[in-house]
Design a protein around this ligand. Structure first.
Ligand SMILES: Cc1ncc(COP(=O)(O)O)c(C=O)c1O
Length: 346
């Protein structure tokens, strides 16, 4: 048979999106359930009048607002079609074929796919027994070929977070020529003060890049806006490999409107956090091994029972995210949605 496509992709698991089942409650994609933030729909509607034009390729207005909010130079910010695209751009910008990328496992399921498609070699470091990153083991896994390390904090899908003291020691141990990416997609849900804000704590380190997104707490998952804060060298390289115009005009306008509604974002994130603690307390009565979460989801380490648990939830019209062999991730929804999930527990 004549093959037109790469044979190595046959072995690559495809990204599995959280399922949407009409009429069912979706707790499978770590979205916030409260709709777009105030002003966002109006901004998108206004931007719609200009969709026959290409957007601002430099994403200047949005990058300037982000720079101002974060207290960094605008050159240090790059935006992308969701932070997942930026993660891919970072791999492209750092790895030549055969170079090594280290990440914890289990972690965000896009990492192995990105590594494989960018021809980097995945070095997966198993999580600790408590389902968190094993940072000493990740530091020990660095070789001369290592170019990039992903630290997912809090970790998707386990919700666990690494603390400042352990991250300090890890960053001190990693060589200066290896880029450490702090993937902080869930930063807005962190309540433990010992979990560092990557930018505030490590923004001055040249080999640290911080990834954030407007998909989760900011309610823009459907428009795809993520951003990266790094040195001008790194953001400049990312801008070279980015697909041109990948932050659409509607996305830029919506992001600006969402950022103006930060008080409401914080109010909603606090609701999610309150529910997270309520759900976790109830879950732990049945599954005491469920780890604490610093994100907008909880993790049930059900191992081989994960698919079965997911199917039982689905029969009750609640869609969760099973990772067979490891566990089940359940996104925090509205109180009513969470009650529907809790009602499925044995
Ligand atoms: C850890 C982590 N990073 C990045 C992303 C990508 O989010 P987005 O591309 O919507 O910004 C996700 C989404 O699930 C995630 O869990």
């Amino acid at each position: 048979m004549i093959r037109l496509t790469r044979t190595d992709l046959d072995a690559l698991p495809a990204y599995v999106a959280g399922r949407t089942v009409p009429g069912a409650i979706k707790l499978a994609s770590n979205e916030v359930p409260y709709g777009p933030l105030p002003g966002v729909v109006e901004a998108i509607t206004e931007a719609a009048a200009n969709v026959h034009r290409y957007p601002d390729m430099g994403v200047v207005a949005l990058r300037e607002v982000l720079a101002e909010r974060l207290g960094v130079d605008v050159e240090r910010i790059a935006t992308g079609c969701g932070s997942v695209a930026l993660a891919e751009h970072l791999f492209r910008a750092t790895c030549l074929p055969g170079d090594e990328a280290i990440y914890a496992w289990r972690s965000f399921e896009a990492y192995p796919i990105i590594a494989a498609t960018t021809a980097a070699v995945s070095v997966r470091v198993p999580n600790t027994a408590e389902h968190g990153h094993d940072l000493p083991a990740m530091a020990a896994a660095v070789t001369e070929k290592t170019r990039i390390i992903m630290v997912c904090n809090p970790n998707n899908p386990t919700g666990t977070a690494v603390r400042k003291a352990e991250l300090d020691a890890f960053l001190d141990a990693v060589p200066d020529n290896v880029l450490v990416v702090l993937d902080e997609a869930y930063r807005e849900f962190v309540t433990d003060p010992t979990v560092p804000d990557g930018l505030a704590a490590y923004g001055d380190r040249p080999n640290v890049a911080v990834l954030r997104t407007l998909s989760k707490a900011w309610g823009l998952a459907g428009l795809r806006v993520g951003y990266l804060v790094a040195t001008p060298e790194v953001t400049g390289a990312v801008r070279k490999v980015v697909t041109p115009f990948s932050t659409s005009g509607a996305a830029q306008a919506a992001a600006l409107a969402a950022l103006r509604a930060s008080d409401e974002m914080r109010r909603r994130a606090a609701l999610v956090v309150g529910e997270r603690e309520r759900v976790l307390t109830a879950v732990r009565k049945v599954y005491p091994e469920a780890p604490e979460s610093q994100a907008n989801f909880v993790w049930l380490p059900l191992g081989d029972k994960s698919a079965e648990f997911g199917a039982a939830c689905e029969r009750a019209s609640v869609i969760v995210r099973p990772f067979q062999g490891d566990g089940v991730r359940v996104t925090i929804g509205t109180p009513e949605e969470n009650d529907a999930f809790l009602a499925t527990l044995p």
